[in-house]
Design a protein around this ligand. Structure first.
Ligand code: ADE
Ligand code: ZN
Length: 349
């Protein structure tokens, strides 16, 4: 619609996007063909023999608000998400994966992004750090020079793996720290509170990395996990919170986040796996009205009916009744919550 032009054209910053969450059926098919790999949607699922079969399998993973709070659905998402890693083998695959996102980002006027990647999911399949990081580095350079999209990487630890594994991967990443701006935590949150990773997050802060962490909306200990992320881990709490939307339900958490002036990365489409439309708008509105630095992001676009940051902004515009001024505030929040240098921040404005 004509009145959505402002949302399309405004310069954007995206801070919560899993590069492996952009593995669409088309990309999976392309990489599987190129590498001579059998494609499956889950480890023990049937082989997918055409692009059409791959698309149909991905379609079944879309959020469906009529099936909210379904544990089975969460399980299926993670199974498919990690199975997708199987088709990535070469430096060229990692380059193409990153470029696919960065080209789309350029079309939406994303000018800077901080992209998550999950190294443990790749090394456990025998991929070397050099293959991964040199592919990413090359894409980053190409995007900056040819597309005017700047980027940085956030290395996420898988919280359903051990602290030892996180520490090992942290150390292995240090040769690539020139392109890694921060450290995060993702994957299945059940029984995996933030404090379990205290040691690696404290070390990363001492080494100068920025810190963030997922606090998913369907976590059983959602409020306690948000409290730990905001005020306990690495001495005083992290630099940003990913999701954390349930803070809207607790005045003390709202005040804590306000006091620490933490940015929060909100991914509206993602929550439709666990939340109804009716709940979603008011929660986001509560955080926004409290003056918290929330920004809007896409999380795993390939799993969300191809909803990228633009579509997520349009969704909150509709659900929260945001006008163009509010959209500008959200875009500004993303710049302020980002870990870009002051020079880069100024260029975006
Ligand atoms: N890793 C990738 N997508 C994720 C999500 N939605 N929640 C937790 N971990 C993830
Ligand atoms: Zn995420």
């Amino acid at each position: 619609a004509a009145n959505d032009r402002f949302v399309l054209e405004i310069p954007k910053v995206e801070l919560h996007m899993h590069i492996e969450g952009t593995l669409t059926a088309e990309l999976r098919w392309k990489f599987a063909q190129r590498n001579g790999i059998k494609l499956r949607i889950a480890e023990h699922g049937p082989e997918l023999n055409s692009l059409e079969e791959a698309k149909a399998a991905m379609d079944l993973l879309r959020p469906d608000p009529s099936r909210v709070n379904n544990d089975e659905e969460r399980f299926q998402f993670f199974e498919a998400y990690y199975e997708g890693f199987e088709c990535l083998k070469t430096r060229e695959d990692y380059y193409d994966l990153a470029m696919h996102y960065l080209e789309h980002a350029a079309k939406m006027n994303v000018r800077y992004c901080e992209l998550f990647f999950d190294p443990q999911g790749h090394t456990s399949r025998g991929t070397s750090w050099a293959v991964m990081m040199e592919g990413f580095r090359e894409a980053q350079k190409t995007a900056e020079t040819r597309l005017n999209v700047k980027s940085a990487w956030i290395m996420c630890f898988l919280r359903d793996m051990s602290l030892d594994s996180a520490m090992e991967h942290y150390k292995a990443a240090l040769p690539y720290r020139d392109i890694i701006v921060g450290v995060g935590l993702d994957s299945n949150e059940e029984d995996r509170p933030p404090v379990l990773f205290e040691e690696v997050f404290s070390l990363a802060r001492r080494d100068g990395f920025k810190l963030t962490m997922h606090c998913d909306v369907d976590s059983k200990n959602t409020h306690e996990h948000i409290r730990q992320a905001a005020s306990v881990v690495a001495g005083k709490g992290l630099d940003r919170i990913d999701h954390g939307m349930n803070a809207a339900e607790k005045q003390d958490l709202i005040e804590l986040i306000q006091k620490r002036d933490l940015g929060m990365t909100i991914c509206p489409w993602s929550y439709l796996r666990h939340t109804t439309y009716a709940e979603l708008g008011p929660k986001i509105r509560t955080l926004y009205d409290a003056g918290i630095k929330i920004c809007i992001n896409s999380d795993d676009p390939a799993y969300m009916e191809d909803c990228w940051v633009l579509e997520n902004l349009l969704l909150v515009k509709h659900l929260c009744g945001f006008n163009d001024k509010d959209i500008a505030v959200l875009a500004k929040n993303a710049i302020n919550a980002s870990w870009a240098t002051p020079t880069v921040k100024n260029e975006i404005l």
